[in-house]
Design a protein. Sequence first.
Length: 184
Amino acid sequence: MHDHPAHSVVALDGTPSRATGGPDRPTGTYGRIIDLLDTSGARYRLIEHGPEGRTEAASLLRDNPLAKAAKCIVIRVSLTKKGRRYVLAVVPGDRKVDLDEVSRVVGGTKAAFASREVAERMSGSVSGSIPPLSFHPELDLIVDESLLKLDEFFFNAARLDRSVALAVDDYLVLARPRVERIAA
């Protein structure tokens, strides 16, 4: 899958784009993702496209089936009156997250979408580019089991203009997500 030299980016037409290694090494959450993928030897492809954060539109730009896209949503789960937990819920792009099921699997009483500000702070990326990886100690990762039946899946890589196609087997080793049925 990672057919190009390390840190290369391929545009949708197959032409190489500006390499991101060396002094131009990527930073932030995007850089952490690339470092993780490269150091682990994961099988992946980077895809450059126009800026897009909506799963359906990004899938069209990447030319992948919607069912092979990872929709990543930060959920706030109430545990008690004052206690709460945050979950990064990952479901296939053609499905919705089942908030009641997310609440149930973490032992909560109620679940709701986290505010945009909280979601962006905890994920380290802007809304619409949240990856299916958690680098925040208080953000639990739960992935719907149906997404993991694929050979590879696609997601925005903490940037609206870059996506990753990643081998599911490698993702499971890297992310070590909790796997549940959380898609409606």
